[in-house]
Design a binder for this molecule. Structure first.
Ligand SMILES: [Ca+2]
Length: 499
């Protein structure tokens, strides 16, 4: 009779199952970097115009996800979905306003899962939407820089408008063009250093935090650092503006609404048009070029700050044991389909985001993955990469196979939601189609279909073409098997088109 395994053998078996991660102290750290409203217009995504050397270098040590999609193209619901690892259909949050705990009080979020397993979790800058934070996610309260978001011109304009209102005794409600923060221009080139502005100050604080962590390697960390750029207003130090020749920037070739799309699905949202210097109606080409210039300068500013964070990981040795994620909360339109400074819909340009993941000693480093990826995949991915127990509430799939092999496919579709005028739309992006289905109580279902192989930017809805009837029916069935029609009442916060 064999004796049961004891002592060293048991240890060896356990050790074989968890080869490196036998205790919290051995677990990798996570540096999670978020950028606001950054579309995948980076060198590592093949863009020839933008200057993004630091993100391109990060791509060389990690994996670029070319077909990554957020679950809603709006700051807060996108972030809540990613950080909770749940679809908006589950969180029930499709708008800016409510916190996650109002709909799911007992949920365990991605950072909270790490906190529960011995990690120091911390949020610097915009991770959850500002003012819509989640205290239980973090070991210590989230930190926000008090450095200015605007340059001197924007700050003076905001102060002058406020003084003017006070002098006239005007008390305003709601958001108006040229009022409050919208009194600033939509862009500003600032004569000054990186660290005088909000994002630079956030990077300085993150660097100090990383240096503190380096002194205490037995304490694993999940540090989330969120930059406000390139969200409008596009405010960056002049040296980043100087990287571009405005006259040579390419303008969008498709300045028309998607043909055959339902009118409610293509509406513009507020925010960018509210800034003081944005003309009403058609924008002159010179102004469009200034906008593009500002957006690209803001991207290059974020790129430089990311470079400083990664340099700190390298200098301190933390890079040896830190998973780096660079993520943006959705895509963005800069003239395509006539939309400027906008996300707010279910199309490719709004839902496709930046995602680069670099894990120490990863097999697929320097690769580009074409796997369909969703932001809800980040929670199970980081959980697996750091050797934490899986969490049953996380709804995505781990991207580890794709990190090891750029040819691996993790999902057969990516889903996104958007509410418009009482309708709730779900977009389903497969390898070849973007299918969007809209439902509203008492109304017939509205469908959109885009052939993403021939029509990458969704210029023409081909749902009504007889030859697509079968594919339309099959995609609808697939979508509804996964996500049945849900009761939806548009929250009031959405109606005003808040960012
Ligand atoms: Ca955003």
């Amino acid at each position: 009779m064999k004796t049961p395994p004891t002592g060293p053998l048991v240890f060896m078996l356990v050790f074989a199952l968890h080869p490196v991660l036998s205790s919290a102290a051995d677990r990798p750290n996570v540096l999670f970097i978020a950028s606001d409203d950054m579309r995948p217009q980076l060198g590592c995504y093949g863009d020839p115009t933008v200057k993004s050397p630091n993100l391109d270098a990060l791509a060389q040590r990690g994996m670029v996800f070319e077909r990554s999609f957020v679950q809603q193209a709006l700051c807060s619901p996108s972030r809540i979905s990613m950080l909770s690892g749940r679809y908006p259909a589950t969180t029930g949050i499709f708008e800016i306003g409510r916190t996650l705990r109002t709909t799911m009080p007992d949920i365990t979020t991605l950072p909270q899962h790490f906190k529960n397993h011995g990690y120091h979790t911390r949020s610097l800058g915009k991770i959850y939407h500002v003012g819509i934070d989640d205290v239980a996610s973090w070991t210590i309260p989230a930190w926000h820089s008090q450095a200015p978001r605007n340059g001197p011109i924007g700050r003076a304009a905001i102060a002058a408008q406020r003084r003017d209102d006070e002098a006239k005794g005007i008390r305003r409600k709601g958001r108006e063009k040229g009022v409050g923060t919208y009194a600033s221009p939509a862009f500003e080139s600032v004569d000054g250093g990186d660290d005088e502005l909000l994002d630079g100050d956030c990077a300085v604080n993150a660097i100090a935090q990383l240096r503190e962590h380096a002194k205490n390697p037995s304490q694993p960390f999940f540090l989330a650092v969120g930059f406000a750029n390139p969200h409008v207003p596009w405010v960056a130090p002049k040296k980043y503006w100087d990287l571009y020749d405005r006259a040579k920037l390419p303008l969008a070739a498709n300045e028309f609404l998607p043909r055959g799309a339902p009118a409610f699905a293509t509406t513009h949202a507020q925010d960018f048009p509210s800034y003081a210097n944005v003309p009403d109606g058609e924008m002159p080409e010179a102004f469009k070029r200034e906008c593009l210039h500002g957006y690209l300068a803001a991207i290059s500013y974020v790129d430089a700050l990311v470079g400083r964070l990664i340099a700190t990981l390298d200098e301190t040795g933390l890079a040896q044991n830190t998973v780096i994620v660079f993520w943006s909360d959705h895509g963005y339109y800069m003239g395509e389909h006539t939309w400027w400074g906008m996300k707010h819909n279910n199309y490719e340009g709004a839902t496709r985001n930046c995602l680069i993941i670099a894990a120490p000693r990863m097999k697929g480093a320097g690769g580009v993955s074409r796997s369909l990826v969703q932001s809800v995949d980040l929670a199970p991915t980081l959980t697996e990469l750091c050797g934490l127990p899986a969490h049953a509430g996380f709804q995505g799939r781990s991207l580890k196979p794709a990190l090891e092999n750029p040819a691996a496919s993790v999902n057969d579709a990516a889903f996104s939601w958007y509410p418009k005028e009482g309708w709730l739309g779900i977009g389903m992006r497969t390898a070849t189609w973007r299918y969007v289905e809209w439902t509203k109580p008492g109304q017939a279902t509205v469908r959109e279909l885009y052939d993403v192989v021939r029509d990458a930017q969704n210029d023409e809805n081909v749902a009504d073409r007889p030859e697509n009837a079968n594919v339309l029916a099959a995609l609808s069935q697939r979508l509804r098997e996964r996500f049945p029609v849900q009761e939806f009442k548009e929250p009031s916060a959405v109606k005003g088109g808040k960012r």
